[in-house]
Ligand binder design. Structure first.
Ligand code: HEC
Ligand code: HEC
Length: 296
């Protein structure tokens, strides 16, 4: 046989084997996490108003509701530009075909904690499931209860425009293998730590990423090249040394910086649809946790 053919065949076999092993390992890690959460979820019942609140804490409304007049809550279609292409958040209303109206609790849990769709494909990490992995079972069932009540919107969101080869969802298994940590820590020293690391997904924007889009750490030390190429400041205790707990609480409520200016861009949306709608005591928890330096 021609030597070139032999090399090609060996290379193909190698690629297939590596892909097989990676898929097996990621599937295994994902199923351990799903089983753990489903076990915790059993016996819990969801509460609609707590679920609505959890959606503020998780920033769901900012990403899934178009910021245009008349846009329906969670109707999707919000463009999110990244170095890998343009994403459009999906419709997550209770519509049976355009939204997620037919989803079971298990479908929802799988999407939220390991980024797997009901048909088994991988979600892009633009959907911050890498932080939602640690969301409490109660928050998850509450969110599901609320989502089931959100008025259906019969319009599907546009398709993502992602560059090849990432346009093939199967490639995301390698990203997950390298950068996603699906281990489920549910031990948080304070509610503030939980809100920052879990639902609030602050690290997704406030921590540095490398060229492949994986988080280098969850250190909150800032990202010079954040969403839309804009820099995101560090929010460690050291970086915030000029701030008091009260300054931070006010910032998380109305977006005012310590120099009296108002924040803009992505953080303004995080506040408007998220932290600004939390209770004063949750904002205090977040502020105290950031200034405690426990995350550094
Ligand atoms: C930073 C923006 C962002 C935030 C915040 C966000 N999402 Fe999403 N979400 C997305 C994107 C983008 C996708 C599509 C991912 C894909 O197609 O691979 C998505 C997908 C989903 C899906 C799968 C929908 C489907 O049709 O398959 C669900 C369910 C979902 N999000 C629920 C939530 C909930 C609940 C929250 C809040 C706790 C939330 N999302 C917060 C951007 C976001
Ligand atoms: C979608 C990305 C994104 C997320 C998620 C996000 N932030 Fe921000 N944040 C930003 C950006 C961008 C800025 C800078 C905004 C500006 O230039 O005015 C910022 C600014 C801040 C500042 C002001 C810091 C300073 O020195 O000016 C604080 C404090 C802050 N964020 C806290 C948080 C907390 C707490 C969370 C989680 C609950 C969070 N952020 C989640 C993008 C984000």
């Amino acid at each position: 046989m021609n030597r070139v053919y032999l090399v090609v065949i060996v290379l193909c076999l190698l690629v297939l084997t590596v892909t097989g092993v990676v898929n097996y390992r990621v599937n295994y890690r994902q199923s351990v996490t799903i089983d753990t959460v489903m076990n915790d979820v059993r016996g819990l019942s969801g509460d609609v108003s707590r679920g609505h609140y959890a959606a503020y804490a998780g920033g769901c409304i900012a990403c899934h509701t178009h910021d245009v007049a008349g846009a329906a809550t969670l109707g999707g279609g919000v463009p999110i530009d990244t170095p890998f292409g343009s994403f459009f958040s999906p419709n997550i209303t209770s519509d049976d075909t355009a939204g997620i109206g037919t989803w079971s609790t298990r479908d929802f849990v799988r999407a939220m904690v390991v980024g797997i769709s009901p048909d088994g494909s991988h979600y892009y990490p633009t959907f911050p499931y890498t932080s939602y992995t640690v969301m409490s079972a109660q928050d998850l069932v509450d969110l599901k209860a609320w989502l089931d009540t959100v008025a259906p919107v019969p319009v599907k969101a546009p398709k993502h425009e992602v560059k090849w080869p990432l346009s093939i969802r199967g490639t995301l298994v390698f990203w997950k293998a390298l950068f996603a940590d699906f281990s489920r820590t549910t031990e948080f020293s304070t509610r503030g730590q939980y809100l920052v690391e879990g639902p609030g997904h602050c690290a997704e924007c406030h921590s540095p990423r490398h060229a492949l889009g994986g988080l280098l750490s969850r250190s909150l030390t800032g990202n010079p090249n954040g969403p839309d190429g804009q820099p995101v400041p560090a929010i460690t205790a050291t970086a915030l040394s000029g701030w008091t707990v009260e300054d931070l609480e006010l910032f998380l409520e109305v977006g005012m910086l310590i120099d009296g200016d108002f924040t803009g861009g992505h953080m303004a949306a995080v506040i408007e649809y998220g932290t600004g709608l939390l209770t004063a005591s949750d904002r205090r928890e977040i502020a105290q946790y950031l200034l405690s330096g426990d995350n550094n």
